[in-house]
Write a protein that binds this ligand. Sequence first.
Ligand code: XMP
Length: 325
Amino acid sequence: TWTTEAFVEESVREIRAKVGDKRVLLALSGGVDSSTLAFLLHRAIGDQLTCMFIDQGFMRKGEPERLVQIFDQQFHIPVVYVNSRERFLTQLKGVTDPEEKRRLIGHEFIKVFEEESNRLGPFDYLAQGTLYPDVIESADSNVDPQTGERVAVKIKSHHNVGGLPKNLRFKLVEPLRKLFKDEVRKLARAIGLPEEIVRRHPFPGPGLAIRIIGEVTSERLKILRDADFIVRDEISKQGMYHDFWQAFAVLLPVRSVGVMGDQRTYAHPIVLRLITSEDGMTADWARVPYDLLETISNRIVNEVRGVNRVVYDITSKPPGTIEWE
Ligand code: XMP
């Protein structure tokens, strides 16, 4: 039977045997896979591991700070925090097409990744949180024909990245490759990762950038981040966080008329997207109590400047997608 202690011990042995005295680079994403991966590698090889976190500026409120804090203070694993917020925003200036946003973000991510790995390296290995289903999906596509070893062609923390340039084709360490997601969660819990990471809702690589319809600006990011925080805060307070597959806010670039006090307002709507799903392939809008919708709506309109209307998305997938872009 599968026990976490046995798994950790075996992984540590395997990692040490494979890596020897070489250096390993790991890009944290804030999710459960890369966090668990960091723990295992650090246990196995200590400071031969470099963890970096590239902050694109599209995470949710407080998330980057919290991640670095958990690693530093709870696990004593140093994290190289790379603040790239400005350069991602610059890339997205004037861009409104969803796929173009993804492409530009992916491209910029690789550039930052390359610069940072040159600055911090050299590294022989890249640690990836590949899970069993990913191994099956990608079949043989990234096995080096000469050595039979798996070689990095993509960065898992970023679905949309076109591919790693040749000079970044590190060898891979993938200690989670035999696990399914529920086993990673079990392991994550056993090693003491907080529930906020263990059971975090899926969050897209391009983050809030694809939840702002149209152009991404720092003002819009602030509005969406504050609204999104209220959504999560209220459903957590109601003990409902785990009732949803995902629960988030979307900011629309249009404006509508409203009234506040004796002032006419002309501001953005926020869309609430609260959904249930088994696997993200199909999804249903959640039948939540009206009181919850009311509380969220009141708080967003009262607390977030720049928003004067909240609407609820009652479209399932299909025909809608989960995200709006
Ligand atoms: P859709 O919107 O296609 O989303 O119904 C299905 C699942 O995929 C997530 N998603 C993404 N994840 N990069 C990611 O890493 C992306 O560009 C991306 N787009 C959608 C979405 O959050 C949902 O869980």
